[in-house]
Design a protein around this ligand. Structure first.
Ligand SMILES: *[C@@H]1O[C@H](CO)[C@@H](O)[C@H](O)[C@H]1NC(C)=O
Ligand SMILES: *[C@@H]1O[C@H](CO)[C@@H](O)[C@H](O)[C@H]1NC(C)=O
Ligand SMILES: *[C@@H]1O[C@H](CO)[C@@H](O)[C@H](O)[C@H]1NC(C)=O
Ligand SMILES: *[C@@H]1O[C@H](CO)[C@@H](O)[C@H](O)[C@H]1NC(C)=O
Ligand SMILES: *[C@@H]1O[C@H](CO)[C@@H](O)[C@H](O)[C@H]1NC(C)=O
Ligand SMILES: *[C@@H]1O[C@H](CO)[C@@H](O)[C@H](O)[C@H]1NC(C)=O
Length: 499
């Protein structure tokens, strides 16, 4: 009797929720939900009509995953900002109230909805946008790469035990960071299941060498793209992140809005408009594809402003805090302790020399170049090491040509909003680039006047002892530089400066 009653109640409940979810996804209803969200988003934006080009107290780096933001974080932002200026728990799910913290840098995969928790009028936002097809392919490859590291374990339960142990340590693991905290365990489970299946089968000969379609070894790309989790987290990911509508949003209505947009394509338009307006109001929008130009624009637009904020007398004090304070390290989780250490050393680049307070845009670029070479090398090594575990599958620069045309097209269709947003970001980038280039040309006409100061700064970075030893050589170099600059300055006036 009782059990029949409960079954009936349960049945009614499920019936009700099915009806409910149908009602929820009704077009008219969705249209109201999306438009209401869009209206309140743009009205909130109107208050932020300040000069977008001047850096505010807090820099919010809205880091869209797989856009190369990591190099900006390690090789620019961490060189420019002191660890004490970094908001706590950057890249982790935010559990603190940023309003209360006296921090100047917040770099995170959290979406734009985080702005509601930040002092809006005192916050500058920056982001990097990437071609959506490349971003999605990179997301797939990275999910596989990180998940494959766990294959050192004999079985998934031992892998999970170890990753829980890593997460308890002082290190922020990729497994704590959205979206990887969903994508990696999913891929990991899949890799283990396929490995177990191979063991059961005995000898498995893999003939096809297309890593995007190697079913015996790993989840094929097609399957990855079609999975519900990919629809919710990966497709149109940049637009949703900039609109503040990701699966990780702080805004309670975000999930309904997102589901509506995913269900009814035409409702994507208002979301795209909001995302575009937000790009318009950002301090900096970089492009992954235009790597050198983006880095240079960053150094000139953001870097120069951070540097001019540094109070010279503060410089030595800052270096001291840097040395004594252990930084929170982001590590991509692997299997064992040595991996953590490798993660740490990758991040522990030479920060002290960069923060001397005497850094110029030019030296910032030099520091950056050195840093990315180092970072890329260590990332490359790690990638090769983890992909070894799923050999013969391997992702290299050349393998993306193996992705069939239809799949490219499918990715474009699934990421229609991101395709549009990327086009728009390219326009913004071109404008900003031109603007800064013009400014640089006009300042370069004064560069002869600045020369002694510049040289003093360069020499000031060396130790005094070294300087005495280098004096004769230095004099010759100075003469050569003066000569070079003199000749160059005449040429520069006629040719455009490439930044
Ligand atoms: C998983 O591997 C660990 C370590 O080798 C072993 O102790 C454990 O029994 C294994 N568990 C299963 C379910 O096979
Ligand atoms: C986000 O996505 C994951 C994976 O699909 C899911 O488990 C989680 O519940 C989602 N969160 C929200 C708020 O929708
Ligand atoms: C850590 O780095 C060292 C030196 O670069 C390398 O020999 C070692 O294999 C790495 N360890 C792991 C687990 O990747
Ligand atoms: C960092 O740079 C400074 C100055 O160039 C140098 O003295 C120091 O040894 C470097 N530290 C590391 C870890 O490379
Ligand atoms: C994967 O490709 C990289 C880059 O070409 C190469 O260095 C590495 O050895 C390859 N790995 C395997 C297991 O073949
Ligand atoms: C740059 O370095 C020189 C020499 O070390 C020092 O005298 C000068 O004050 C520094 N300038 C700034 C802006 O820190």
């Amino acid at each position: 009797m009782n059990s029949i009653f409960w079954k009936l109640a349960l049945g009614l409940f499920f019936f009700g929720s099915v009806i409910g979810s149908f009602a929820e996804l009704d077009f008219g209803y969705c249209e109201r939900v999306v438009n209401k969200w869009a209206d309140s988003s743009s009205s909130r934006e109107e208050h932020v009509n300040k000069d977008k080009r001047s850096l505010q107290d807090l820099l919010f780096f809205l880091h869209v995953p797989r856009t190369g933001g990591r190099t900006y974080f390690h090789c620019f932002l961490r060189k420019l900002y002191d660890s004490s200026e970094e908001c706590p728990r950057s890249y982790d799910k935010l559990h603190f109230n940023p309003r209360k913290e006296k921090c100047k840098l917040l770099a995170t995969h959290d979406d734009y909805s985080l702005m509601a928790k930040l002092p809006r009028e005192r916050t500058s936002v920056m982001t990097i946008v990437r071609d959506p097809v490349a971003r999605v392919l990179s997301t797939y490859e990275f999910s596989v790469e990180v998940a494959a590291r766990f294959l050192v374990h004999p079985n998934i339960s031992s892998a999970m035990k170890m990753s829980n142990r890593i997460r308890k340590s002082n290190v922020i693991s990729t497994l704590d960071i959205w979206p990887w905290k969903y994508l990696v365990p999913w891929m990991r489970e899949d890799l283990f299941a396929r490995r177990d299946a191979r063991k059961v089968k005995g000898v498995v000969i893999i003939e096809d060498d297309n890593p995007y379609d190697m079913e015996e070894m790993l989840m094929p790309l097609r399957k990855y793209l079609d999975a519900p989790i990919a629809h919710d987290i990966i497709h149109n990911g940049a637009t949703f992140q900039i609109a503040g509508l990701t699966n990780n949003s702080h805004l309670s209505e975000a999930h309904e809005v997102r589901h509506c947009v995913q269900k009814f394509k035409s409702l994507g338009e208002p979301v795209l408009q909001v995302a575009k307006r937000r790009l318009d109001s950002m301090l900096y929008v970089g492009l992954t594809e235009e790597h050198r130009e983006s880095a240079s624009l960053f150094a000139n637009v953001v870097g120069s402003q951070v540097l001019s904020q540094v109070i010279p007398s503060d410089a030595t004090a800052k270096i001291k805090t840097l040395r004594s304070e252990a930084r929170v390290t982001i590590s991509e989780p692997g299997s064992d302790k040595s991996n953590i250490q490798n993660g740490t050393s990758e991040v522990a680049l030479n920060v002290t020399e960069a923060k001397s307070g005497n850094m110029t845009v030019k030296t910032l670029m030099e520091v950056y170049e050195g840093c990315i070479t180092h970072l890329r090398k260590s990332q490359g090594t790690r990638r090769v090491n983890s992909l070894k575990r799923i050999s013969p599958a391997n992702f290299t620069r050349g393998t993306r040509t193996r992705v069939p045309r239809e799949v490219y097209q499918q990715i474009k269709t699934l990421n229609n909003l991101d395709v549009e947003l990327y086009k728009y970001a390219k326009e913004i980038f071109a404008q900003e680039h031109e603007l800064v280039s013009k400014k640089l040309i006009s300042t370069s006409e004064r560069s002869i006047v600045d020369l002694p100061g510049e040289l003093r700064n360069v020499l000031g970075e060396m130790g005094e002892e070294k300087m005495w030893k280098l004096l004769p050589v230095g004099l010759i170099v100075i003469l050569l530089i003066v000569l070079f600059l003199f000749v160059n300055a005449r040429r520069r006036r006629s040719s455009k400066v490439k930044i």
